[in-house]
Design a protein around this ligand. Structure first.
Ligand code: FPP
Length: 257
């Protein structure tokens, strides 16, 4: 109890160090380490994923409370389909149960749910549940929570090239008119700003086919914390670190100061 109280005070202290006028507009997270977390405890990987949902709650709540406008979570990659069938099923079940459980919290907190990725590849039950929550929360405007599901960045870019090529073929757009904004409009993330801060947990320092176009100027933050242990405290640490960095977007320090 005393320990919890001290921790809460420590969190308040850390939160106060965040400049709310310079928050990242878009935070993206590669939630990694569920399997290792479970293994350390002598448990099955599913136990890690279950506890990973608690960390999801922490970051959604933490971002919304601070005023971060967009949070994107890498929940299931195109490559994750290659995992053992039982693990894929567990993840899909967890997704459905989390959506059912959290819909009221999303509504209460004015949070909109969106997805990026090939959602049609998802089992029908998951797809339907997602569409239901997306529809019910579509007018919420405090924060947009985007789940990357069956998502792969190269696939997204490939689809974008195909969509634009078709428009060129049908004389809807001329090749000279293709610029960055045209590409942005054809990506899954068409309604989102570029990523400002990309966090990856579990000590791995890779991007793993996540938002390759959108992280062009993102600040990268890697932490050894395994995803199920990630709390608001760690989120605050990442944002404080981000706010200490000088974002130059290719310019010199003198030009931006
Ligand atoms: C990576 O850990 C995590 C995943 C592939 C899935 C993330 C899913 C959740 C946190 C739960 C459900 C999500 C929502 C949005 C309700 P890993 O299995 O690769 O861990 P390892 O690298 O230690 O094996």
């Amino acid at each position: 109890m005393v320990k919890n109280h001290a921790f809460a005070l420590f969190n308040v202290d850390l939160k106060k160090q965040i400049h709310t006028n310079a928050l990242p507009k878009h935070i993206a997270i590669i939630m990694d380490g569920n399997g290792r977390w479970a293994k350390q405890k002598g448990m099955l990987r599913a136990f890690g994923h279950e506890n990973g949902t608690k960390a999801v709650r922490q970051v959604v709540e933490g971002c919304a409370e601070l005023g971060v406008e967009n949070l994107t979570l890498y929940a299931f990659s195109t490559e994750n389909w290659n995992r053992p069938k039982i693990e894929v099923q567990t993840l899909m079940k967890l997704l459905v149960s989390s959506l059912k459980k959290e819909i009221s919290t999303l509504q209460k907190n004015n949070i909109k749910l969106a997805t990026i990725g090939n959602s049609e590849a998802l089992p029908e039950k998951v797809y339907k549940e997602l569409q239901d929550v997306i529809e019910k929360t579509k007018d919420n405007n405090r924060m947009c929570l985007t789940l990357a599901l069956s998502y792969g960045s190269r696939e997204e870019i490939l689809n974008t090239v195909k969509k634009i090529s078709l428009k060129v073929k049908n004389n809807i757009i001329s090749p000279e008119k293709i610029d960055e904004s045209v590409i942005n409009k054809h990506l899954y993330t068409q309604n989102l700003p570029d990523v400002d801060l990309l966090i990856r947990t579990s000590g791995e320092q890779r991007i793993s086919n996540f938002l390759l176009w959108q992280i062009a100027y993102a600040e990268l933050y890697f932490t050894n914390v395994l995803w199920p242990d990630f709390t608001k405290h760690h989120l605050y640490e990442a944002i404080i670190d981000y706010q200490k960095r000088e974002r130059r977007f290719g310019k010199t320090s003198e030009q931006i100061n």
